[in-house]
Design a protein around this ligand. Structure first.
Ligand SMILES: [Zn+2]
Length: 295
């Protein structure tokens, strides 16, 4: 039985697990991203912590691991050859794919974390069997991935799916990208903290509803544009806000997405919940090996 090593590289933690072809996870482990290294220090220290974590997971997993899949924050060059995650200051143009492949001695595949999650949802999550859908993460930042006609869209620089930079409030807050009123500048965890002075986990009912409404507005345009049927949303902000968020998002989607073919599109929580990033990383590995994971 072949299995893959799944790796999720985030700003707060590095996580890994072994995942089989049915999506069953074993040996899940994690380590804090910043405990071993701080901004401005050498990226080698962070890679060392990642390598040690993966060695531990492999040591307990057995010998049938055939590949490694990684979901990592962007931006990155195509295929994750070089990564520069916005929230991991010690890695700038870090050659993640080659370093991991060399350390592990395995075929290694890297993709943007939101695209990875989108693949995972199509593989064994809420978008299973769906050929046209949007996957999204609403947490500290906002990211996404788009599957059309059973294929993930890549775009000119493999960055297709950046729904965080769809404008939802003309003349709204300044976004890190330089524009105003992007979804990420209005509805991400860091935006909510900046607007309310409190972490998203302590947001009021009004803020939860507004966040859902803005997400519904952004996805409504995308659903009409690309003829999608389903939007699955993961991330600590969306999942933490729960029903207030999803009800508001669906209301706004219904309100803005009126053209006949797009009516009835649904927005719902990602099926893999907390495990979604690792399931997504495993999907990146299976896809890299040429196996079908979506559509
Ligand atoms: Zn922006």
């Amino acid at each position: 039985v072949a299995r893959v090593l799944a790796v999720d590289i985030g700003g707060t933690k590095l996580a890994a697990a072994v995942v089989d072809r049915a999506g069953v996870l074993t040996g899940r482990a994690s380590t804090p991203t910043l405990a071993t290294s701080s901004a401005g220090t050498d990226g080698e220290e962070l890679f060392g912590a990642l390598a040690a974590l993966l060695d531990d997971v492999r040591a307990t997993a057995g010998a049938d691991i055939v590949a490694c899949g990684v979901g990592c924050g962007g931006p990155m060059s195509p295929g994750g050859v070089q990564v520069s995650p916005l929230n991991i200051a010690q890695w700038r143009s870090f050659p993640l794919r080659e370093r991991l492949a060399t350390h592990l001695g395995l075929p290694t595949f890297v993709d943007n974390d939101a695209k990875a999650l989108t693949l995972g949802e199509g593989w064994i999550g809420e978008a299973r069997g769906e050929r046209n859908y949007l996957g999204m993460v609403v947490s500290t930042g906002v990211g996404g991935g788009i599957v059309v006609d059973g294929r993930m869209l890549e775009g000119a620089s493999t960055n297709a799916g950046h729904i965080g930079h769809v404008i939802v409030e003309p003349l709204g807050r300044q976004c890190g990208c330089g524009a105003r009123g992007c979804l990420e500048a209005e509805a991400s965890g860091s935006a909510i903290r900046a607007i309310t002075g409190r972490p998203a986990a302590q947001a009021s009912a009004e803020v939860r509803e507004r966040t859902g409404t803005l997400v519904g507005r952004a996805v409504g345009s995308v659903v009409s544009l690309l003829d999608l049927r389903l939007v699955v949303v993961a991330g600590s902000v969306a999942l933490g806000f729960g029903e207030a968020f999803f009800a508001a998002a669906q209301r706004e989607l219904d309100a803005v997405c009126r053209i006949e073919f797009a009516r009835g599109a649904r927005v719902q929580p990602a099926g893999s919940g907390e495990l979604a990033p690792l399931v997504g990383a495993a999907a990146v590995a299976w896809r890299g090996l040429g196996q079908r994971v979506v559509g």
